[in-house]
Structures are given as C-alpha cells and as structure tokens.
Design a protein around this ligand. Structure first.
Ligand SMILES: Cc1ncc(COP(=O)(O)O)c(C=O)c1O
Length: 407
C-alpha cells in the first residue's frame, strides 16, 4: 500500500518574509504589464552592458584566453594571486597601501557585502545604513536577523549624510557603518570633511566602515579618492568589482580589501574562513581582473563623459516637471527625484501607476529605505540621450495628470 500523499505546502524559513530586494522584485509587475501588450522601458537596473556600453575587448580576450588555456578548474578561495596583486597595487597606487594577502576576490561587490556582514555582525546587532541605501545591505541583514538603522542623507545638502542624525543612532549594539560613496541611488559624492567625520566617528565608537566604492571610477569629473586614502590604518573594508566601471556585471567578479590595521586581522581571518565555504569566484574572469586594472582604461573616460551628459539631461528634465525636484547627480548612473505626493499616496503607488500607464519602470524610494510619503523614486539614466528625453517627457505628462487627478 503506498503511503498517503500529503498535500500540505512545504513551509519556508521565517527569514524569507524579512528579505526584500525591490530592484528585482518590481520586475514581476513589469512582466504583467508586458503580458497586457505594453512595451516596458526598464529604468530599474544599473547594467551598462544592457544599455549598449561594451566590455573592453582586452578584458574579454583575457577571460577567453584563460578558458582556452584550460584555466577552468577551481582557484584558491581567496582568488588568483595575480588578481589579488593587481587589486593591491591599484589600492596602493590610490593611497591605500595594502598587501595582496588582505584582498579577497569575490563574486562581485555583492558577495563581498554578504561575507563582510556575516563576518562582523551577530543576530540582534545594529548596522548603520544610509537612507536611501543600496538594498542589498538590508537584505543581507534580514538573513542574519540583525537590525539596520537608517541614517538620513539630505537632499537639501546634495544627499550628504546627516551626521547629527547618524550620531544619535549609535548604541552599544552598533557594529558597522555602511558608506556608499559615490552613491547609488542618489549619485552623490561626499565632501572630504564629511568623509573625515565618518572615519572619526567610527574610530570613536569602535565600528568598522564598509566602504562601497563600486562607483569610485565613475565620478563625472574623474575617479573619486578611495575612503581609506584619508587614513590607511582606519578599520575600513572596501568593495568594488568589474561590474560598473569595467562594464562586465554578468561576470560576477569583484574584490574586497581589508584595511591594513591589526585591528582588522581577526575579521580578515573570518572573511577568508567564510570564503573557503564557497570554494572560489568564477575562475576565467579572475584573469580579466589583472587585464582590467593594469590595461587600457580609455573606456572609462568615454563612459564618464556619457554619464555626465545623461546626468545633466536627467536633472534638467526632471526639475522642469511641476511638483518634482531632482538633485543633480555627480557620479554613476542614478538619480533620486522626489515628487510631492498628495496625502495618503506612497512612492510605490506613484511608481506602479507610472509603470501601468506608460510602461516606464523605475524603483520606488521605499525600496531603498526612504519614507514612502516622500515620493522618491530612482531612475537609471543609462539609455541614450534621445531615448532618455522621450522617457522624461512621458514622465512629465504622466505626473501632470497623476497630480491633477489626485488633487
Ligand atoms: C552600491 C552598490 N553596491 C553593490 C552593487 C552590486 O554590484 P556587483 O555587481 O559588483 O555585485 C551595486 C549594483 O548595482 C551597487 O549599486
């Protein structure tokens, strides 16, 4: 006799309810719009390759050469030595003197964030994250069951951190300060004085800074100094990758650099221990790290110029819309406009209505930890200028009608 089959659904772990990543979650809604026959213009994801910016050929050749030469086995979990050396040389050349043994090659910045938070944060600990934030930080904290404490960044001051607010959030359980500079989603670059204060604060309270520097090469006026260059022996862990400034997000290769202070030695050991558990990052692409960091970078000059032009179009077009304001971005390919919503409406209401009526897909600010009533949303301005201008014209028409209807 076969045993009677259960029809009960298999339950998932509690952490799934806590976990959220709005940038991709909202795509399900876009698919529904597409299924109704409307074409969707994707302004939700920061992928320069999808927008037509090509990976530099010498990087592709390096990865291909590695595959053809048979480098298809596992690599050391810390990464290919020559890639680690190239990262250490890059950081040292930019004022953060560090040896290759403090570099971990990761599956993109994303894995670095996950590993570092797991190495540093216990269940119930607190982590200071900016509002708005890149949402992976809070998503990882949800898995760890630690608590994000959002410090305000202020659109009136170019989206710089509100240092008094930040200070007021520090408790005995605070372990880490997340600094995303240049910033996604705001396009901000922090002034030197603010960076100095952030470092001083962490020294005073014995915190570690996680410095997300994945956009450090994409300041519109040139590369932005690494945070650690202000104080190379500060407890700073820096992350970056080939995804953005080297135009290879699908390769999933990046790096983590653990600052050269003995205070971080235990953390470095913990990071390497966790890295052992996932064997290694994609092998052939690690050969391209050396090619990227030691080879031709003229593509970055062209890319920065293209981004500066698109950023200016974005601020100009969005600030011309009644009821909307947008701090001009200074780096990367994101801006965070804010629309004055009628009482009772949320940023998500606005973004979903925009999607359903125009097919334009942005991400609502509350997905980045912003208060929903502030009407913020993120635009990714990688599309070509003509397409962007059309999108902003459509956003203007939609917003006029939306606010009129609601008012
Ligand atoms: C601030 C920030 N950190 C990390 C990442 C993840 O990048 P990666 O592709 O290197 O994992 C992104 C991607 O958009 C980002 O904007």
């Amino acid at each position: 006799m076969p045993t009677e089959q259960s029809t009960l659904p298999i339950p998932v772990a509690d952490r799934i309810d806590r976990f959220s990543y709005a940038i991709r979650n909202i795509v399900a809604e876009a698919r529904a719009v597409q299924a109704r026959g409307m074409s969707v213009r994707y302004m939700n994801i920061g992928d320069p390759v999808a927008a037509g910016f090509d990976t530099p050929p010498h990087m592709v050749e390096a990865a291909e050469r590695a595959m053809r030469a048979g480098h298809n086995g596992y690599l050391p979990s810390a990464g290919l030595l020559e890639a680690r050396e190239a990262v250490a040389a890059e950081y040292s050349g930019r004022g953060v003197s560090v040896s290759a043994d403090r570099v971990l090659i990761t599956d993109g910045t994303s894995e670095g964030i996950d590993i570092a938070l797991n190495a540093l944060v216990n269940e119930g600990d607190e982590v200071l994250v900016p509002s708005p934030t890149y949402p992976l930080y809070t998503a990882v904290l949800a898995k760890i069951n630690a608590t994000p404490r959002y410090y305000r960044t202020d659109p009136e001051r170019g989206w710089c951190p509100d240092l008094d607010h930040l200070r007021s959030l520090i408790t005995p359980r605070t372990r880490v300060l997340v600094v995303i500079d240049p910033n996604n989603p705001t396009g901000a670059i922090y002034p030197t004085a603010v960076r100095r204060e952030l470092i001083d604060l962490t020294e005073k309270h014995n915190l570690t800074i996680l410095a997300d520097e994945v956009y450090s090469d994409l300041g519109f006026d040139g590369a932005v100094p690494l945070l650690g260059s202000m104080q190379p022996d500060a407890p700073i862990i820096s992350f970056s990758s080939l995804s953005k400034a080297y135009l290879a997000p699908g390769w999933r290769v990046g790096w983590m650099v653990v600052g050269a202070t003995p205070r971080l030695d235990n953390v470095l050991a913990a990071v390497m221990k966790l890295a052992d558990g996932r064997l290694c990052s994609p092998g052939p692409m690690q050969f391209a790290v050396t090619a990227a960091l030691t080879g031709d970078r003229t593509h970055q000059h062209d890319f920065r110029r293209a981004l500066a032009e698109r950023g200016a179009i974005t601020a100009q077009a969005l600030n011309a819309i009644p009821g909307m304001r947008c701090v001009p971005p200074r780096a990367a390919f994101y801006a965070m406009p804010m629309v004055s919503l009628p009482p009772g409406r949320t940023d998500e209401d606005y973004v979903l209505a925009l999607l359903r009526e125009t097919g334009i897909l942005c991400v609502y600010g509350s997905g980045f930890g912003m208060p929903p009533e502030l009407g913020s949303f993120r635009v990714v301005f990688l599309a070509n200028p003509r397409e962007l201008s059309q999108i902003y014209a459509d956003i203007a028409t939609f917003t006029g009608a939306y606010l009129e209807r609601a008012g």
